[in-house]
Design a binder for this molecule. Structure first.
Ligand SMILES: *[C@@H]1O[C@H](CO)[C@@H](O)[C@H](O)[C@H]1NC(C)=O
Ligand SMILES: *[C@@H]1O[C@H](CO)[C@@H](O)[C@H](O)[C@H]1NC(C)=O
Ligand SMILES: *[C@@H]1O[C@H](CO)[C@@H](O)[C@H](O)[C@H]1NC(C)=O
Ligand SMILES: *[C@@H]1O[C@H](CO)[C@@H](O)[C@H](O)[C@H]1NC(C)=O
Length: 329
């Protein structure tokens, strides 16, 4: 026994009556669709932006004539190579800054060495500082491999002492100096106005893009970790280090020397280098580690770097916790 609902019957009858119409309109619709589709196919469906990539020639061009113009980091953002992605996640410490935790990558032997390194920090630093004071020029004199085709990056130009010393000794082809603080940026641009191979940019590098504020009056050196959000102070710009390295095409043009004296940015840069293949593209890495307040576990991280750097580089000189330089094996 079957029971048919009135609505059901109505629907069936309606279907029979209109089935021919439906077939006709379906065919018509299909043809129309094809036509419309063809119409739209004449319009490019995928826009491929022409994205200028920076190569060595571009860097050279920037140095001759277009000095001191910050590169545009916003162009073709979507089409840009994302750069190497760090293998390890970043964690936050009590100061709310971030760091890469290399602890889990260490062998038992390495962990033991790291622990000793951390334990001896105070006494080692005191001793090494006394020694380093008598050898101030080693951070300039130990880079004799630099020549007129070399590419140098310096983060933290300050008043230009290192630029002056390295540039006058070796005249590297391209010497990019980063200085986020306006006051020092102006000192640098004035000082190197007739050195066409020296390019000074008015920004710093760190983990991510950002700004920080500082009082121009009473600061010798500025740390991005003194995030005094007083808008009366001068604003300084920070660029994500990955984006900067991509813009400088370091994957294509190896950097002969990166020298870091940037009040803490050395940790962000070394974290990035050591957790990616960027490390392979830096022939020489020189840095001054800072224990600026707010930096996560500065001593522990420095001691991790000692273990990690020696996998790809060997020490050129070292005043432990003061200044050191590593050269690619
Ligand atoms: C920590 O930093 C994150 C990202 O910068 C921010 O969203 C959060 O509000 C900060 N927390 C504190 C307690 O400052
Ligand atoms: C500069 O040094 C590099 C290696 O550091 C070397 O390959 C190149 O031939 C040198 N160029 C000149 C012009 O001396
Ligand atoms: C830095 O830039 C890279 C490349 O665009 C991006 O993958 C990464 O998430 C950025 N880092 C931060 C902390 O914003
Ligand atoms: C900023 O400067 C103005 C004018 O000099 C002053 O009134 C104000 O208190 C300052 N703000 C801060 C946060 O210092």
């Amino acid at each position: 026994m079957s029971k048919q609902y009135p609505g059901h019957v109505l629907f069936l009858n309606h279907f029979k009556r209109t089935s021919m119409n439906t077939v006709i309109s379906a065919v018509f619709g299909f043809v129309l669709c094809l036509l419309v589709q063809n119409l739209f196919y004449t319009v490019p469906t995928m826009v491929t932006p022409t994205c200028p990539t920076v190569d060595k020639a571009d860097v050279d061009r920037i140095t001759s004539g277009r000095s001191y113009t910050d590169p545009d980091f916003s162009d073709c953002q979507d089409n840009k190579h994302p750069g190497y992605i760090p293998r390890y996640p970043r964690r936050r410490c009590a100061s709310n800054n971030t760091y890469t935790d290399f602890g889990g990558t260490m062998t038992a032997k390495q962990t033991a060495r790291v622990n000793t390194c951390v334990l001896n920090f105070e006494s080692d630093k005191k001793r090494e500082l006394d020694l380093a004071i008598h050898d101030p020029s080693i951070r300039w004199s130990s880079h004799r491999y630099l020549n007129k085709s070399s590419f140098v990056i310096e983060a933290g130009g300050h008043n230009g002492l290192d630029v002056q010393e390295l540039n006058s000794r070796y005249q590297p082809g391209t010497y990019v100096v980063l200085e986020p603080v306006k006051k020092f940026f102006h000192v640098l641009t004035k000082k190197f106005v007739s050195s066409p191979n020296v390019v000074v940019y008015n920004f710093g590098i760190d983990v991510s893009d950002g700004v920080f504020y500082m009082n121009d009056e009473n600061n010798d050196a500025a740390s991005i970790f003194d995030k005094e959000q007083n808008k009366n102070n001068t604003e300084s710009r920070i660029v994500n280090a990955t984006i900067f390295f991509e813009k400088m095409s370091v994957r294509k043009n190896d950097v002969d020397l990166i020298t870091l004296n940037c009040e803490g940015c050395e940790y962000a840069v070394l974290d990035l280098l050591l957790s990616t293949d960027y490390i392979r593209h830096f022939r020489n890495i020189q840095f001054q580690p800072h224990n600026t307040q707010g930096i996560c576990y500065s001593v522990q991280r420095y001691c991790w770097y000692q273990e990690l750097l020696r996998k790809t580089h060997r020490l050129t000189f070292q005043y432990k916790f003061i200044w050191e330089s590593w050269s690619r094996i």
